[in-house]
Design a protein around this ligand. Structure first.
Ligand code: CMP
Length: 138
């Protein structure tokens, strides 16, 4: 079933010039990029995006990090896009991520883990709508 998911190349990935390598992996996986932009979130915008994690010990540090520099936000589309992109990213903790995944190859820290992807159709709908309006999605 065709699905859309929200993908982010986080500030560490952009600063380390990993936009190209991440997009190459997305394209090699056969996922279609339906929308893409470079943005810099404020602390408040990062708090709104990650509101499901409010109250967790890493929330303040995570939202500082996510508002520390530019991110690339993208809408990806394809059959089973949510699960396929999550497999491509690997586990949140790069030390537990499978060999060959983006995080295993590039992440340096559980927080600075290069990429984000929606974890369910409900979160994809919220996250896509957080950054894009209907006219911006091909
Ligand atoms: P992400 O997939 O964007 O979802 C929440 C983010 O919180 C996660 O990636 C990490 O960047 C960050 N994070 C920091 N510490 C933790 C932790 N202990 N568990 C889960 N996520 C964490």
């Amino acid at each position: 079933m065709k699905q859309q998911t929200l993908a982010i190349i986080k500030p560490d990935g952009v600063a380390r010039k990993l936009i190209g390598p991440v997009i190459t992996r997305i394209e090699n996986e056969g996922l279609d990029i339906k929308a893409m932009k470079l943005i810099k979130m404020t602390k408040e915008q990062a708090q709104g995006f990650y509101k499901v994690h409010k109250g967790k010990p890493f929330f303040d540090s995570l939202t500082d990090f996510m508002s520390s520099g530019p991110c690339v936000v993208m809408v990806l589309e394809g059959d089973d896009a949510i699960a396929r992109y999550r497999k491509l990213m690997g586990a949140t903790d790069y030390r537990k991520a499978e060999e060959g995944t983006i995080r295993r190859e590039y992440a340096t820290d559980i927080e600075k883990n290069v990429v984000h992807g929606s974890d369910s159709p409900e979160s994809a709908a919220f996250e896509i709508g957080y950054f894009f309006n209907a006219l911006e999605i091909m």
